[in-house]
Design a protein around this ligand. Structure first.
Ligand code: NAI
Length: 513
């Protein structure tokens, strides 16, 4: 039974809000007759009209033929009551996010539909197991978790509760694929895949802010311009809305019995308390009110040491991605450098300064552990050859002229340099290591497999690379080292290393090889 539902199978979507309307559009575009039902009078008919208008706009833009828009609209109708849905082969619920409301709806549906009708919930946070517990046939209920806006976002999480029959999950998987989506299987655990694995993206940003690492605009710029993320964590939280983002964090944290990994942030609590909810009401981390100045990242001014670089001995050490990119960027800028060895992971030496990519220790701790005191750390970049900006930190023991030389060298190589306070792991490295750690735990705990978590994070939240593929690229030994150093620095359970990262790193294996 694990083939896709045939396109002639009637489908119903209950709840004609933002998600329900989007899901109805997806199913109708794939050829299904779709009925929309909402308990708010007129809402379903209004949604049907809204979808038709949306399809016409797509046709005007040439993304769809006028005929296809018309045919798709003709397949959509508003239903008046639950009993109108008796002939449906699949019913997708997208009503209010409340367990009792969802349970009641599915119980009422069971009394109406045929025994082989599949029931699905679009819930983003409620346990499918808990919804199904009250049903006579819990095996036919699964989560079908679309992302907003459903017509545009490719990812669909197919969520299996304890009672969900495998065949039902497979059938939904095949159907979502037939609708042009990229489905992934996940077990019904808190946050499923995306809302769980994405938590560190916000949490590490908030933690760094709390520790005064840098201001939001500077961290956002580093996450975009070095990390390759489409939006930095602060602008993204402002867009999502702090009320929504904070409540998802709290719900995942509560659902994991207050696991420190998911600890909510006092900073975000305060924004919610203040009513600074983000873009939607004009103020969050940033000020969106008319006339407010656009946020600008802090960038080091042109280093005094730039002139001295012309005659200085610049050594680029080793063959790491950071060193190779530095060497070729310096060459393009006409700055001569020589190649040198890198026994201790250093990537460059200039005028007494030694540069390393962060390994999760502070620069000060690293300097204390070795004879070279003039330690300058650079952050991770997705691609050092293309990155526009790098975060750096400087050891407390580092002489000012050595720090200026290191900054000048990076500037000569074309990087905008943002100096952070000397925090462990800087921004991109620390965040990516924690994303990979959570992704690895999800795999280790049987929530999903490796390709699914990577696909989910690329397609559900637009990460430039899946977190486990990224961990492979960094090297699992390095990721484990970064996490270990974060754990030492903070002594908190939050930074405990996933057993799967440990295991694969010891085995000398990556996740994808
Ligand atoms: P919404 O508030 O825009 O729409 C919900 C609709 O359901 C409303 O039109 C309401 O009148 C109707 N409704 C409420 N109770 C009903 C009932 N018992 N019977 C029939 N209709 C009922 O909400 P939205 O954002 O579309 O979310 C719907 C579901 O999708 C929730 O479970 C939510 O967690 C989930 N979801 C939301 C996402 C989002 O980004 N908004 C993303 C993924 C999932």
């Amino acid at each position: 039974m694990n083939s896709a539902l045939s396109a002639s199978t009637p489908i119903a979507v209950i709840g004609a809000g933002a998600m329900g309307a989007g899901i109805a559009q997806v199913a109708a575009s794939a050829g299904h007759p779709v009925k929309l039902l909402d308990n708010r009078p007129g809402a379903a008919a209004q949604a049907v009209q809204g979808i038709a208008a949306q399809l016409n706009r797509l046709a005007e833009k040439g993304k769809l033929t006028a005929q296809a828009a018309q045919d798709t609209s003709a397949r959509l109708s508003a239903a008046a009551q639950l009993s109108d849905l008796a002939d449906c082969g699949l019913i997708i619920e997208a009503i209010v996010e409340d367990l009792q409301s969802k349970r009641k709806l599915f119980l009422d549906l069971e009394a109406i539909v045929s025994k082989d009708c599949i029931l699905a919930s679009n819930t983003s946070s409620i346990s499918i197991t808990a919804i199904g517990a009250v049903l006579a046939q819990p095996g036919r209920l699964a989560g079908l978790h679309f992302f907003n806006p459903a017509p545009l976002m490719a990812l669909v999480e197919i969520v299996s509760g304890l009672g969900t029959e495998r065949e039902i999950a497979e059938r939904l998987f095949a159907s979502a694929a037939a609708w042009g989506k990229t489905p992934v299987h996940t077990r019904s655990t808190p946050g499923f895949i995306v809302n769980r694995v994405a938590r560190p993206y916000y949490a590490e940003g908030l933690r760094l802010l709390q520790e005064g690492a840098a201001d939001p605009a500077t961290m956002d710029a580093c996450m975009r311009e070095a990390g390759g993320f489409r939006m930095g964590p602060f602008e993204l939280m402002d867009l999502i809305g702090h009320d929504v983002n904070f409540s998802v964090t709290r719900s995942v944290w509560n659902a994991f019995f207050n696991d420190q990994r998911f600890l909510p942030s006092l900073i975000q609590q305060e924004l919610v308390d203040a009513g600074f909810l983000g873009r939607k009401n004009g103020r969050g981390f940033y000020d969106y009110r008319e006339g407010a100045a656009a946020p600008t990242p802090k960038t080091e001014p042109q280093s005094q040491a730039m002139a001295a670089l012309k005659t200085a001995r610049v050594v680029v050490c080793g063959e790491s991605a950071a060193a190779q990119a530095l060497s070729s960027r310096l060459q393009s800028a006409g700055v001569a450098s020589t190649a040198g060895p890198s026994q201790d992971g250093r990537i460059a030496e200039v005028l007494g300064a030694v540069l390393y990519v962060t390994d999760g220790r502070t620069a000060t701790r690293r300097a204390a552990a070795q004879s070279d005191r003039n330690v300058v750390l650079i952050d991770l970049a997705l691609d050092y050859s293309k990155a526009k900006r790098l975060a750096i930190s400087v050891a407390d023991q580092c002489a000012a002229d050595a720090a200026a030389a290191a900054i000048g060298l990076l500037q000569a190589a074309g990087y905008a340099v943002s100096r952070f306070s000397d925090v462990p792991g800087l921004a991109v490295m620390r965040t990516v290591a924690m994303l990979a750690n959570e992704a690895a735990d999800a795999v280790n705990q049987g929530v999903c497999d490796v390709p699914s978590v990577d696909a989910a994070m690329r397609l559900g939240v637009n990460y430039p690379v899946g977190p486990l593929a990224w961990a492979d690229q960094i090297g699992l030994g390095r990721v484990r080292e970064v996490l270990g150093h974060l754990a030492d620095s903070y002594g908190e359970d939050r930074y405990r290393i996933s057993p799967l990262i440990q295991q694969r790193a010891y085995a000398g294996k990556g996740f994808h090889v």
